[in-house]
Design a protein around this ligand. Structure first.
Ligand code: BGC
Ligand code: NOJ
Length: 818
């Protein structure tokens, strides 16, 4: 069952009924001012930091869902009837409803009582504000007298305090209203030099800034007394809950259309000039007034929309494909790329599953996210790499997270996840392949942000490799530390205290828990490092990495192979995890995908065998589960993984982040059919038809889909902010379609399903645009063995870089059976 449809032309998902299974959201803003918005106008906005500078209030985990938003109310001043043009919060019967979530814009349209409304929400590029343009049309035969009310509830800036510290909060709220503009200035009297403002294009009939005055005692947002009576209270908030609401009266002739613009923004003043007149307690507004005036105008909204369109044309134009599969095209060309940019902007901070008050950006997460956006914004990827590596510890290890505002690492979510450093190597190598910017390796980068500790970035990578090598266990496999990629495989933890965090509680010393996953990841990183070092002529590191790689592969072959698949780990006591010897949790997905990606077992058939075991034991119609059999009880020695009921999260859920590793593995062994099959099982667009089962947005990936052991098999959770976005993009573009940037050119190495006859793509790389066509005979499979580049035959499958960048290059590739 569907709740809408894709409009690929306009790059929008069109939701056609308001009561989607869960609120389906979109993001506004690309830079400093960001917000999330649901299909019924729920959501909130913040400046840079979803916790510390939150502008508007939102209630997580509430009933009904999705309370707090960018609300509008319409009231028929003749009949007294009122409704919400976005359906929420009044939830009236709608005559027509449509929400168009697009790239950085959301448009919600509806029709009630013969009045059509279409509200466009957008954050203009480079501004710290959002505009809502409401287009009202009177489709009645008769004139209409209409009241329009806006409503936002201010958050008292720190979202965590806002949700908890009521003894203080109820007495600090302050506002100003001047020239019809509502200013929120809580704490401006003291240490804040910032404020929020909320303006309207029309003269006001009234306003409200005190929540209770607007709603009325004991009423909710669904029937504010002010809307019911049609008379604003002109309330000025003192303490309690400051809000912003404008009241506009309109007379609309039959057929008449009017644009009303609301603008909501964030502004800062220099501390020494924050009051006007000086010595007063009034906000100095001279700086912000021109911005407010400008964005009250409808033509400015049009301009902002056009600029935003051009912005996305440019970003998404980096890579475009045309294949026989519409779901692949749609995700790669539009939604998956968009989601990668959103994860770049937001990391894991604010979604409907991330409350915006958890602190920090993950070291591992950020490195992996980069794989999905480096081609669109390479300069920003460069900065990200420098920020991340500056938090690395002198040991080569990493803080597991860092603060986006201070860019400093911290231990708030635990430390000693021994996979972390290897991801840095993979991120830097992805950046180098994309840009060829070898100079980045010479950038002086500190450890732990400590001045004086700077060494070239290259040295950070060497230490990352050494970190693993200095921490090997009895089988020659890497020690897992707190956990590896799988945060919940806490092999040194032994937690028996309810409520204790598995990620931060003490790790028991003395054991030797090892990770086969890190072994595979390290092997991959060591290969990349060998290439990086050899280009720098650092033979010593080349030799060390080659040796380390060979030793690691040998260790995996000797102790990481279980007979039909790769094992997962050895626990604290040295017992195997992820083996046929185990009662539960016999096979895990992570080492199967990663080992094949690292090339382990390719020569002797183990790779194929591991992939066959995945197919046989882990694959379900809704995707590949993380492990089998699911843990049915708590295993003290394994930690959090066994806390989840079977089928959820790391305990045998379909953890979508890991599925692309298996897709890549299938592509590497030449099984294009298998790779695409797995790709489509979790592809959101391909799952659109079962939206009632999937329940999350059909245009973006979710972190998890419930596995076969759960009663809700197929139900997705935690959409938007997940490493799944980057990895699926990589699997589809670089391995199934096989278009992989490399240091010396663009490799064209697809692994296609048998029934395809090819595909075409355009790819911008280092300033040059490649027009690529790949052809093959239907029914055949095989690889590209030679290319025709601008009419000339090139041996192998790498299109060499042109002598001068900037032009276009035509690439024709033919797939032949071996
Ligand atoms: C992960 C979850 C995991 C949680 C443990 C997070 O980093 O997203 O998958 O369940 O840690 O509390
Ligand atoms: C989500 C975390 O953000 C990611 O870093 C981790 O790898 C997965 N959970 C698996 O536990």
């Amino acid at each position: 069952m569907r709740f809408g449809y894709f409009d690929d032309e306009r790059r929008e998902y069109v939701i056609t009924r308001p009561d989607t299974p869960l609120p389906w959201i979109n993001y506004l803003g690309t830079d400093d001012y960001l917000g999330l918005i649901s299909n019924t106008a729920g959501g909130y906005s913040f400046y840079r930091d979803a916790r510390l500078r939150r502008l508007t209030r939102y209630r997580y985990n509430n009933a009904p869902l999705d309370v707090g938003g960018r609300y509008l109310y319409l009231r028929d001043d003749d009949s007294g009837a009122f409704w919400s043009p976005s359906w929420q919060p009044v939830q009236q019967e709608v005559e027509e409803y449509e929400c168009r979530h697009g790239l950085g814009t959301t448009i919600i349209g509806s029709r009630s009582a013969g009045i059509r409304t279409e509200t466009t929400y957008v954050v203009p590029l480079g501004e710290t504000l959002e505009v809502w343009r409401t287009r009202l049309t009177n489709e009645r035969e008769t004139a209409a007298r209409i009241s329009l009310f806006s409503a936002v509830e201010w958050c008292l800036w720190d979202a965590n305090d806002d949700a908890t510290n009521f003894q203080r909060n109820y007495s600090i709220g302050e506002v100003e209203v001047e020239d019809g503009v509502i200013y929120h200035k809580t704490e401006y009297r003291e240490r804040r030099d910032h404020f929020a403002w909320f303006a309207c294009s029309e003269p006001l009939a009234g306003f409200d800034t005190q929540r209770e005055a607007f709603l009325g005692p004991y009423r909710g947002w669904d029937r504010p007394v002010v809307v019911e009576t049609g008379v604003a209270g002109d309330s000025l908030a003192h303490g309690w809950q400051p809000i912003g609401s404008h009241h506009v009266r309109l007379d609309l002739a039959p057929g008449e259309t009017r644009d009303i613009v609301f603008a909501l923004g964030y502004a800062e003043n220099p501390p020494e000039a924050k009051f006007d007149p000086p010595g007063s307690q009034r906000i100095a507004k001279a700086g912000v007034r021109p911005v407010i005036e400008r964005y009250r105008r409808s033509d400015e909204v049009e301009r902002a929309l056009t600029e935003l369109r051009v912005h996305w044309d440019d970003l998404l134009g980096t890579f475009r494909v045309r294949t026989p599969n519409e779901h692949l095209d749609r995700m790669v060309n539009i939604w998956n790329a968009y989601q990668c940019m959103v994860t770049f902007n937001l990391s894991r901070s604010a979604s409907l599953f991330e409350s915006g008050i958890g602190r920090g950006m993950g070291f591992r997460d950020s490195n992996q996210d980069l794989l999905g956006f480096v081609h669109m914004v390479p300069e920003r990827a460069r900065q990200r790499i420098l920020d991340i590596s500056a938090t690395q510890l002198p040991s080569g290890g990493a803080y597991h997270q860092y603060q986006p505002l201070t860019k400093r690492g911290n231990d708030a979510v635990g430390s000693g996840f021994n996979d972390d450093p290897a991801w840095l190597v993979l991120a830097v190598s992805a950046y180098l392949r994309e840009t060829g910017d070898e100079a980045v390796l010479d950038e002086a980068v500190p450890f732990d942000n400590r001045p004086g500790s700077e060494v070239p970035l290259y040295e950070h990578l060497v230490r990352a490799v050494d970190y693993t090598l200095e921490r090997l266990g009895p089988h020659g496999l890497p020690l897992i530390g707190r956990a590896d990629w799988n945060d919940c495989l806490n092999l040194n933890c032994f937690s028996q205290t309810p409520g204790e965090s598995f990620q931060t509680t003490e790790n028991r010393e003395g054991g030797a828990a090892e990770s086969v996953f890190i072994a595979a990841l390290f092997t991959l990183a060591a290969k990349e490092m060998t290439e990086i070092a050899s280009r720098r002529g650092d033979q010593d590191v080349v030799d060390r990495c080659r040796q380390a790689e060979a030793d690691m592969v040998a260790a995996v072959e000797a102790h990481g192979w279980d007979g039909a698949w790769f094992r997962r780990a050895y626990d604290y006591m040295g017992n195997v995890v992820g083996s046929a010897q185990n009662e539960e949790g016999q096979i895990f997905i992570e080492p199967q995908g990663l080992a094949v990606m690292a090339g382990i077992g390719l020569a002797d058939g183990r790779a194929e065998q591991a992939l066959a075991s995945v197919r046989e034991r882990l694959a379900t119609t809704h995707g590949i589960v993380l492990l089998q059999p699911a843990f049915t009880r708590y295993y003290l020695e394994l930690g959090e993984i066994s806390t989840y009921p079977p089928g959820y999260k790391e305990n045998a859920g379909i953890f979508c982040h890991t599925n692309p590793w298996v897709m890549i593995g299938e592509a590497i062994v030449g099984n294009g059919d298998g790779a695409l099959d797995y790709y489509l099982r979790i592809n959101p667009s391909a799952r659109e038809a079962i939206s009632d089962i999937h329940r999350c947005e059909p245009y973006v990936y979710a972190q998890m889909i419930a596995g076969g052991d759960a009663p809700t098999h197929g139900e997705a959770k935690n959409s938007w902010l997940t490493g799944t976005a980057a990895w699926n993009f990589v699997a589809a573009t670089q391995w199934i379609l096989g278009i992989r940037p490399e240091r010396d050119g663009l490799r064209i190495d697809p692994s296609l399903p048998a029934d395809w006859e090819g595909f075409s793509a355009t790819r911008r790389l280092r300033g040059t645009r490649y027009h690529i066509t790949v052809t093959k005979q239907r029914g055949s499979s095989g690889r590209v063995r030679s290319l025709v580049v601008d009419g000339r035959v090139v041996q192998g499958n790498v299109v060499p870089l042109p002598a001068t960048a900037g032009g276009t290059i035509k690439v024709e590739a033919v797939i032949e059976s071996a």
